[in-house]
Every structure is written in C-alpha cells, then in structure tokens.
Write a protein that binds this ligand. Sequence first.
Ligand SMILES: [Zn+2]
Length: 261
Amino acid sequence: MVRVDNFLIDKGLSPSRAILLNPEDVPVFRQKLADFGWSHPLLDELGVERENGFTWMGGNFDDLGLVVMVRSPQIEEANGTAYTEATLLHEKAHSAHAFDDLIYTKAGTNINYWVPRHGHGIAAKAGSEGAFFEEGFAELLAAEYMKEQMGMPNGVWDEDITVPTKTGDDLPGIYAWKVDDSKFLYANSAIAAHGLELLMVEKSELYQALLKARNSVEGLRQVAQVVDSVEPGLYPKLRKLSYSEAGFSEGLHDIKSALSE
Ligand SMILES: [Zn+2]
C-alpha cells in the first residue's frame, strides 16, 4: 500500500486511505455501515459478478474518504496479486481530487451520500458525465504503475500482446486480465484509458493536464482545450458518454476518427 500511495504522492496527488477485505467480510462491512444509516449503491455491487462476467472488486467512496478493496481468490489465482494492487491504484487515483462538496438524499431508512464532482465525473440530470475521462485517467495510471513500479511492462502476459474488445478494437494486453487459459477480461475503463493513450501520442501535454485537473478547475479547462485542439467538439462528445462498454467504445472510435483526419 505504501508503494501505491508513494506513486500517487510523487505526482502531487493525495489519495485516500484504503481497507482491504476478504469476500466474506463484505456483508459484515456493509451491515456495519448500514447500522449508522449509511448506504451506497456501489457498495452493494462490490464483489458481485456483473452481466459481462466482470466482478467489481474495488471502489472509492469519497463521502467516507475511503477506498474499499475486496480480494478475489479466483482472480488472484489466475493473475497473482497484481490485479489487486493495480485495482487499488486505480481506485486511489479516483480518490485523489480536491472537489469535496457533499450532497445527500434519503431513501427509506438509509441516507445516500454523493459528491457533485469527483475528478472529471459530475452528477448530471441523466446519470453522470465525465466518466470517460475519470475512468480513463484511473486506468491509465494503473497501467503506468504496473509498468514502472511492478516491473510488468506487458501486464500479466509474457509478451507485448493486444486483445480484441467486443467491438473489434485492439486493446493493449496490459489492460487485460486472465480468467483461465482461453479467456480474459478487461474493465470498461481500459477502453477509455486506451483512448486517452492514443490522444497523448499526438498531444503529450494531456498527461500533465489530467494530473492538474485533480486539484484545479484550471486543469479541467486545460484537458478540455487540449482534447478540443485535436478536433473541435471532441471534448463535450467524450464527456457525455455513458459509463459502459458501448459508451466508452464509441469514445474510442471518436478519438480514432478525429486522429485520422
Ligand atoms: Zn474506476
């Protein structure tokens, strides 16, 4: 955990603390928080397998000032602890931002808390906006961390491979995790991270702007300006994309077509 924190602190970021749970601890943890009247839809999904076969093992809870990570024996058996460490880095990257306003709603006996802005993500009428940049940023740093701090330039693979996404895009192997000998998985965030990576080939200043955006509105503006300098209107298009594989793939395609013109 110290290595994860130091990597972020060296970039001028201030990550939240984290707790690491075993799967059987999750319901106990959830209940303890519910006893205080706290609930969060994201906490309910933690450790539960999703439709696409991906199980969400970590989350950043801004209102608690805490990152919660669940260790998966199955994932660790196939990938070692690299998955847990890289995911911890991803969630801690989300936690590092200076926007800490808090709003809440009451549902039944529980109170739901939310922050209007977390990094690039903002609560909007239709769900939220900015997920493409927020998720892409966190996953991009996780990949950088694996390459630089964990000595895993190809992620969990022996060589520099790419894996196909559902929409037929090539995704660098560093974003993919082993399930068994024939299957692999990647997070939706990986598609957004790859999109940002492609933008950075042409606009290397995007990286510093993304870091600056964690702590200042000026940084957020710079991200918008750099992205729009590739193609006017590209930033608002990407910002509105939904947090889904389809949404992020659409963004990746928008980036590819903007770069090819
Ligand atoms: Zn994320």
